[in-house]
Design a binder for this molecule. Structure first.
Ligand code: C2E
Ligand code: CA
Ligand code: CA
Ligand code: CA
Length: 277
């Protein structure tokens, strides 16, 4: 398959896969091998409460340790998996790992909420709510400790159908979050009609808060989110100044490299013992 290296050392797949049937099939079979050959990992990145000052939850992020290519970024293979429909298998796998880990942490006296990213394709899957019920049961994990992050564009693919799936999940007590907020085209009044609990402000805004217009957008988004009864989370917090600004603006949670990069479960547990949060 056509692969090159980017700055981060990740293997990047050629975006022209649509026209390369052969390569297409080969990447698909590699992703299958990744699942069967235990090359996938789930890393967890802490979400810190700005009022409580402690880690209140974590986001589960998929990692692929390719035997030859090294780490392959999810940004490179998730779109491909979505395109081929194989995302269904990946989502199922991540959900099982995250729900099991969450149940285990809770039994050990660490009730962390775990957020899992859900694709547009997953929201069209009628079996998703039943699958989640089964997994929560199997691992004794309360629904309120599971959060699903969806993007606005994901929802827009089939709003009526997605709305039904989301409502079912919400009735189960699963927490719902709008990811990458501000990058899509829908308005907050539109989002407010969905049964969501949380808004995640996209990191493209957070990283530009030194610009006064962007800072105003972030502050207004936090205020609007609150007036609609939503918890507001900022992602991509890379320095202390960002954290301070977000606290002043009344943001509820922050996530980013300043606190911690995504870590394997064991490393996160170690980090928690020594972190100020
Ligand atoms: P996302 O959901 O917006 O996840 C946040 C991304 O920002 C993650 O990249 C995370 O490592 C990165 N990040 C966290 N803090 C910082 C920071 O302070 N600065 C910067 N520059 N980046 C930060 P990652 O893990 O490479 O994931 C990329 C995207 O791949 C995710 O974006 C999500 O859309 C998708 N993805 C990852 N895991 C899964 C998964 O299990 N299922 C699905 N459907 N998508 C996933
Ligand atoms: Ca996310
Ligand atoms: Ca995001
Ligand atoms: Ca993103």
């Amino acid at each position: 398959y056509v692969a090159k290296r980017n700055k981060g050392g990740y293997a990047v797949y050629d975006a022209s896969y649509d026209t390369h049937q052969q390569e297409h099939l080969s990447l698909l079979s590699e992703i299958r091998q990744a699942v069967e050959g235990h090359q996938l990992r789930v890393y967890y990145q802490p979400k810190v409460g700005l009022l409580s000052g402690v880690v209140e939850g974590v986001e589960a992020l998929l990692r692929w340790e390719h035997p030859r290519r090294g780490f392959v970024s999810p940004g490179d293979f998730i779109p491909f998996a979505e395109h081929t429909g194989y995302i269904k298998v990946l989502t199922r796998w991540v959900l099982e790992q995250a729900i099991r880990q969450c149940g285990q942490w809770r039994s050990n006296g660490m009730p962390l909420q775990v957020s899992v990213n859900i694709s547009a394709r997953d929201l069209l899957n009628r079996e998703l709510p039943d699958l989640i019920v089964q997994l929560l049961d199997r691992y004794g994990t309360p629904a309120s400790l599971l959060c699903l992050e969806i993007t606005e564009s994901g929802f827009m693919e089939d709003p009526a159908h997605s709305q039904r799936v989301l409502e079912r999940l919400h009735e189960l007590g699963v927490v719902l979050s709008i990811d990458d907020y501000g990058t899509g085209y829908s308005s907050l009044s539109y989002v407010a009609r969905l049964p969501v609990d949380e808004l995640k402000i996209d990191r493209s805004f957070v990283k530009q808060m030194s610009d006064s217009t962007t800072a105003t957008i972030v502050r207004s988004t936090i205020e609007l989110g609150h007036s609609l009864g939503l918890k507001v989370v900022a992602e991509g917090v890379e320095d202390e100044a960002d954290l301070r600004t977000l606290r002043v603006y009344g943001c509820d949670q922050a996530q980013g490299y300043f606190m911690s990069r995504p870590l394997p479960a064991k490393e996160l547990e170690e980090w928690l013992k020594h972190s100020p949060w």
